[in-house]
Each structure stands twice: as C-alpha cells, then as structure tokens.
Design a protein around this ligand. Structure first.
Ligand code: GUN
Length: 286
C-alpha cells in the first residue's frame, strides 16, 4: 500500500509546537519573535503567499511586518529598507519575496540581508555554512522536505537520493541537506542524459523542476519515497487546478510513499519559515 504523506497535518503539528515556544519566550523573557516580509510589485501568486505567511505567523504568536513597495522602486530605496530592518531589534527575520522585478538585482538584495536574519537561507554565508556543515539558516522548502523524509523513513544514511532540479531555492540546498544526512546524492536536471534511469535507481526522489507530471510511475523504483515540490497551475477540461512535477495517479501505484499536491510540501514550507524565525530570535537573544 502506498502511503500518502500528509504535509498539512505535519505542518499543523509543527506550527503548534512553534506557537507554544513563542508563548514561552514571551512569558519568560518578554521577547516576541518578529518577521518582516518585503514584497515588490503586485504579482498575484506572490500576494497569496505573502498573505498566508503573515496570517500563519500571527497564529503562531510571531509579529509580522509587511512592507509593500511599488514595482518601480529603486534598488537604493529597497536596500535602505533592508538596512533599517537589519538594525530593528523587533525584527528577527527578513524575507524578500522573489522573484523581484528585472530592474532590481536579486543577488545584491539577498546579500544586503543580515545573515542572522536571513530566514530564507539564501545569503551566500548561509549557503556556504550549509555546504560546509556549519550552523546555517536553511532554505524553508528543502528543510520541509527533509522533515517529511525523516518522519517517513527515520534514518536516511546510505539511501540513494535523486534531486531533480538544481535551483538555488530548492535543488542545490536539498542536495546539501541530504548529503549532510549521509545519503548518496545525485542532482539531475533538464540536461541530464538518461533521466528516467537515474530516477529508477533512487530510494528517495525529490522533484523540483516546475514541469507538471514529468515523473511518471515507470520512472519510479518500487517502494521509493517521492517528494513532489512542484506547484504548477494547469488548465484541464476547461478547469484550472494545481499539479505537481509527479504524475500522482501512476506514481502512487509504484511508490512506497508520496506527497500530494496540494497538501504535501507546500504547508511545510511556511511552517519551516516560522521555525527559522523562532530560531533566529533565540540566536539573536543568546
Ligand atoms: N518565491 C518562491 N519561493 C520563495 C521562497 O521560498 N522565498 C522567497 N523569498 N521567495 C520565494
């Protein structure tokens, strides 16, 4: 029987624990974790994410500060806002929603965030610390995937893991996290030769390429654990729905366990953002 990995339930449990911890911080030390979310422009998908982040932060006892800037804001003005947030003791985490308009440099903006407040884990210092095994703020989506995998499989050491996708937000940090847990890691991408064969060797497959239904049941090793990071909006029979990078119907005939879309990785991402904010708060008040 294939197990459907319930990310929503695990995220709810994690957010409950975070809520208890934030309450304790406030009662014992008078500290309230604060998360600043910066959004530039008005991309509709980003607006939905930002609204969800703010609501769930509030429910977990984390103060959220939203900063909405016009799409034509100058790089200088955005960097000035980040400098203000870096210096604000009520702000423990800073997240700049990506993508940014093409006129702004994402690299310069990310590098301007104080590494201790970089709850996205995108700053080169955090990426380097993760890669070298030092204490790091870890990107939220791969961290959520790792938690689902550990919950499902327990010990990950020695397992063959295939990460499909090499983005800075998911693929590369995911590979580093799996390596840190002693998996044998392969990173595959759009230029990989023999993609199906690579997938079929994997005990763990993390798909993050943004290609709806790319991974079908015949690409999957029987009993493998499948984590589907894809969130693709597709039109089907005149209706719009969300589809993952994995073809759920065929994959769930073969896999040992699989995350659904929606209700798999997505809810864990925001829960991990709250976890990173709580950890950043504790670190800043040591
Ligand atoms: N846009 C899509 N995913 C993310 C994310 O994890 N963090 C930020 N800041 N922007 C995103």
């Amino acid at each position: 029987m294939t197990r459907i990995i319930d990310g929503k339930q695990q995220a709810n449990r994690l957010r409950e624990v975070i809520g208890q911890e934030t309450l304790g911080l406030q009662e014992r030390h008078g500290i309230r974790p604060g998360l600043a979310v910066v959004m530039v422009g008005n991309d509709p998908a980003s607006q939905v994410y930002v609204r969800n982040k703010a609501r769930q932060a509030g429910e977990a006892g984390i103060a959220s500060f939203e900063h909405r800037l016009e799409a034509n804001v100058s790089q200088q003005a955005l960097l000035a806002l980040i400098a203000t947030l870096n210096a604000d003791p009520a702000v423990h985490g800073i997240l700049v929603q990506l993508p940014l308009p093409a006129s702004l440099s994402e690299a310069a903006v990310i590098q301007a965030i104080a590494p201790d407040k970089d709850v996205d884990g995108f700053h080169p210092i955090n990426i380097g610390n993760l890669a070298t095994g030092a204490r790091a703020m870890v990107p939220c989506t791969p961290l959520g995937c790792l938690m689902l995998l550990r919950q499902q499989l327990g010990e990950l050491a020695g397992k063959r893991a295939l990460v499909l996708g090499r983005s800075n937000i998911v693929g590369k940090p995911m590979a580093n996290l799996l390596l840190r847990d002693s998996c044998t890691v392969t990173v595959a991408h759009s230029r990989t030769h023999g993609l199906a064969e690579e997938c079929r060797r994997a005990d763990i497959l993390v798909a993050a390429v943004g290609r709806p239904g790319l991974v079908t049941g015949d690409w999957i090793k029987p009993g493998a654990t499948i984590i589907d990071v894809g969130i693709n909006r597709i039109e089907e029979q005149g209706r719009s729905r969300l589809a993952g990078d994995v073809d759920f119907t065929s994959a769930s005939q073969v896999a040992g366990a699989i995350t659904p879309v929606p209700g798999g990785v997505g809810p864990m991402t925001i829960a991990c953002l709250l976890l990173n904010t709580l950890q950043a708060t504790c670190h800043q008040h040591r």
